[in-house]
Design a protein around this ligand. Structure first.
Ligand code: MF3
Ligand code: CO
Ligand code: CO
Length: 261
């Protein structure tokens, strides 16, 4: 495997793009309301990235992807394509943005709730976020990449939800998707983490089956096989000399930016 270790100047660029990525998800929050179309949200975020931050969406044109962001509602697991569809009261919505700035990438997503939703949907969202946080807590030099999946598996098993297996986290830097692949379920990967590695943790948690389907017409939209809801959170992380730094941490989060062991 060819996993890049970021130099101090690259780390600074990852911090800058990570902060921009966080601001996109903060900025869009008040617009995520019943009646708005996902196209409108996509346009607001694209304009913000380009005109306010002087950055670019890495999604737009990526393997032919047609929009600047991914917006995944209810049973859509990931890669929901923004369009004329309106948000409705009770929807749970993942917005995933990947920003390119000064040749480096920041990748993050969070869930939004449109108005109020069911207790089960709230549990699902909490499980995805808690799984991601528990996984982040395992990250430090000398820990194993497989500890990440084990931590998420514990949280999901306890809640009685399932973990998507078809999509994983990834190394990130000058490349959007670098090595290694980061599995979110219990696995036998054996890779010791080192200072300077950057990767995402982005668990997708399903209320029912872990099995997914890709829309055959658009080639992108991933839904749960049983049409039950799905939730996801994603952060871009840096392995520091003694722990982890969450490069895409937002103001609305109750989680430390830096964990030192
Ligand atoms: N942001 C997604 C990820 O976490 C990838 C989206 S690729 C796109 O890796 F083309 F669908 F935008
Ligand atoms: Co990602
Ligand atoms: Co992403």
């Amino acid at each position: 495997m060819n996993i890049s270790l970021k130099s101090p100047s690259e780390i600074e660029k990852m911090r800058v793009v990570g902060a921009i990525t966080a601001r996109v998800l903060e900025m869009i929050e008040p617009y995520v309301k019943a009646g708005v179309t996902t196209d409108e949200l996509d346009k607001i975020m694209n304009d913000y990235m380009e005109n306010v931050e002087g950055a670019k969406s890495a999604d737009l044109g990526y393997q032919g992807y047609p929009k600047a962001t991914c917006i995944s509602i209810n049973e859509v697991v990931c890669h929901g394509i923004p369009g004329p569809h309106k948000l409705h009261e009770g929807d749970i919505v993942n917005i995933d943005v990947t920003v390119l700035y000064d040749k480096y990438h920041g990748d993050s997503s969070r869930m939004y709730v449109v108005g109020k939703t069911s207790p089960r949907n709230m549990q699902l969202i909490k499980c995805a976020q808690e799984g991601m946080y528990e996984a982040i807590k395992t990250v430090r030099p000398g820990s194993n990449l497989a500890d990440i999946g084990a931590a998420i598996q514990k949280v999901a098993d306890k809640a009685g939800f399932s973990i998507v297996r078809d999509y994983c986290g990834h190394g990130i830097g000058a490349g959007f998707h670098e090595e290694p692949q980061v599995l979110h379920y219990k696995n036998r990967m054996n890779l010791i983490l080192q200072e300077g590695m950057c990767f995402t943790i982005e668990p997708m948690i399903n209320a029912g089956t872990y099995k997914c389907k890709v829309n055959r017409k658009d080639g992108w939209t991933v839904t749960t096989a049983d049409k039950q809801p799905s939730a996801q959170f994603e952060h871009t992380l840096l392995v520091t000399h003694n722990g982890v730094e969450v490069l895409t941490l937002r103001k609305d989060e109750d989680f430390p930016r830096i964990i030192e062991h």
